[in-house]
Design a protein around this ligand. Structure first.
Ligand code: SF4
Ligand code: SF4
Length: 149
């Protein structure tokens, strides 16, 4: 154990600052998802939420996000039941499952943009929601899971 806070604390024990720093900024949770009505399986797409900045992978109105995008999932220690819907590489999901952070995570590399430079973010790879017709979403299904180590 290195003494890092994410190895010593549970998600519920973290401060707000620690919690927020866990987000790797991949943007994968901010793409449009499709649910298979027969199986319940969730499919990720390469279409970004209307507030997602396609280059930085950050929400363009983080403070007001829920009031603008009603189905935006705000992950907190009390909404961990949402984690199965999150990407396999999501830092919150990894820690909740007892797994380590991947080597490209900014908390490991010390580089704020290492999720993007390592190819583990959706930056530069997504379409804008406004430009996609409803019937075309199935053609935009993408597996974003990348490397979890
Ligand atoms: S998937 Fe997890 S780590 Fe990636 S942006 Fe969303 S909350 Fe942050
Ligand atoms: S509104 Fe929610 S889903 Fe959309 S970009 Fe912001 S945080 Fe992501």
């Amino acid at each position: 154990m290195s003494g890092a806070f994410w190895e010593q604390k549970t998600l519920a024990e973290m401060t707000t600052e620690e919690w927020e720093s866990l987000c790797d900024g991949c943007g994968k949770c901010c793409v449009i998802k499709l649910e298979d009505i027969d199986t319940g399986q969730i499919h990720y797409t390469d279409v970004g939420c209307t507030l997602l900045d396609g280059e930085t992978c950050r929400c363009r109105d983080y403070t007001r996000r829920k009031s603008i995008v009603s189905d935006c999932v705000i992950l907190t220690p009390s909404t961990l039941d949402q984690l199965p819907w999150m990407p396999l590489t999501c830092a919150y999901r990894l820690l909740h499952e007892g797994k380590p952070l991947p080597r490209w995570h900014p908390l490991i590399t010390g580089q704020a943009d290492s999720t993007i430079t390592s190819g583990n973010a959706v930056a530069g790879k997504i379409f804008r929601e406004e430009n996609i017709a409803d019937d075309d979403y199935p053609y935009h299904i993408v597996d974003w899971n990348n490397a979890t180590e």
